[in-house]
Design a protein around this ligand. Structure first.
Ligand code: CP3
Length: 338
């Protein structure tokens, strides 16, 4: 039984006493307690792959920030790795894939992943659930197929992801084959997370905003839709960053909650997505401002979401150099609002 199920009720479109709040990328990055755990290890991956420690840093924001949910500490890139493409996380730079997918024959290097190939995250969820003992729900997550595809082709982060975008034009058949493999792997992984105790799941389409609308429909929405249809056990949130042009398609997904980034117009989203709970969307850079700025921007955001089922959050992940006190102020402002 959960002591605090505000976020689940909000996701299901039920009434809540106040707006629930959590912060994307809250597990790690900003907390000194996270850095202390991380500093003892060889790197990011060791933390992801050690369930006891992953559970520990998952719970830190619940203790230190007072958020209404824990998000399991992992990364979206564990899916390509389980499929057969190893990644390395380079300190201060980001992920690198030594081997990528460039041609149809490269598909022989990979396979559809099963949840038991990601047993470290599954185990971390079980430990987190046990240690949280019902204080707040646990959010599971995965990347959307298009965003995962982008890393598997590109092999690293990129401003344009032009290699991945080129593949959609030059080899649409291979693109669809790979998207299908990613989609199947993701569904198996999310179901594994749910079996382990995840109370809701979020799909991150971080690179949604770089595709033209027609390609977004063909190569992303189609696969996100398949994921949403397969996950019927718990509420599903879709966060498609920059996908203003696709809100009408997103409306038709069988998800419960839609994440909005800080560029999205709240009034327009409320009207278009009248069948969904909305999540977001404070500009993460507001948290660099003064206390007064954080409070007034948060209140103004809450004013704008009034009359709609809402889960307060930032419009994207919190930036690593954000002062945790400002994050706490954001959270406390949401909790104290009425
Ligand atoms: O909310 C949480 O903190 C839970 C864990 C989480 C991480 N990554 C841990 C992480 C989540 C939900 C993610 C998602 C993720 N990972 C996304 C989608 C969300 C988004 O921000 O758009 C993407 C695109 C990635 C891929 C990724 N992981 C990149 C590009 C990088 C390097 C740059 C960066 O963001 O820090 C990572 C590394 C990463 N993933 C870190 C953490 C805490 C920092 C590495 C470290 O601690 O050494």
């Amino acid at each position: 039984m959960l002591e605090n199920d505000l976020i689940l009720r909000a996701a299901r479109g039920e009434k809540t006493e106040r707006t629930p709040v959590w912060v994307m990328r809250q597990a790690g990055r900003i907390l000194p307690e996270y850095r202390a755990v991380r500093a003892k290890l060889s790197g990011f991956k060791e933390l992801v792959e050690t369930p006891e420690l992953a559970a520990e840093v998952t719970i830190q924001p619940v203790d230190h920030l007072g958020v209404d949910a824990a998000i399991i500490f992992s990364d979206i890139l564990v899916i390509p790795e389980a499929m057969g493409l190893q990644y390395e996380m380079i300190e201060k730079k980001g992920p690198i894939f030594p081997s990528t997918i460039q041609s149809a024959s490269d598909l022989n290097k990979i396979h559809v992943a099963q949840a038991d190939e990601l047993s470290y995250t599954i185990e971390a969820i079980k430990i987190t659930k046990k240690e949280l003992n019902g204080r707040v729900p646990v959010i599971g997550f995965a990347g959307a197929p298009w965003t995962i595809f982008a890393y598997m082709i590109e092999g690293a982060g990129s401003k344009t992801f032009s290699k991945a975008r080129k593949m959609l034009y030059t080899n649409p058949e291979l693109s669809h084959q790979l998207m299908e493999m990613i989609t199947e792997s993701t569904i198996a992984y999310l179901k594994g997370q749910i079996e382990a105790g995840a109370d809701m799941v979020q799909v991150f389409d971080s690179w949604a905003g770089i595709l033209p609308a027609d390609q977004y429909r063909e190569f992303s929405i189609r696969y996100i839709s398949a994921i949403c249809k397969s996950i019927t056990e718990v509420p599903v949130t879709v966060f498609a960053k920059g996908a203003y042009f696709a809100l009408k398609d997103i409306k038709n997904l069988s998800c419960d909650t839609v994440g909005l980034d800080w560029n999205m117009d709240i009034a327009e989203a409320k009207e278009l997505l009248n069948n969904k709970t909305l999540q977001g969307n404070l500009d993460p850079c507001v948290l660099y401002g003064s206390d007064e700025q954080v409070i007034s921007a948060t209140q103004s955001m809450l004013d704008q979401f009034k009359g709609h089922h809402h889960i307060a959050n930032l419009g994207h992940g919190v930036y690593p150099d954000t002062n945790p006190k400002k994050v706490k102020l954001f959270i406390d402002t949401v909790k104290g609002y009425n």
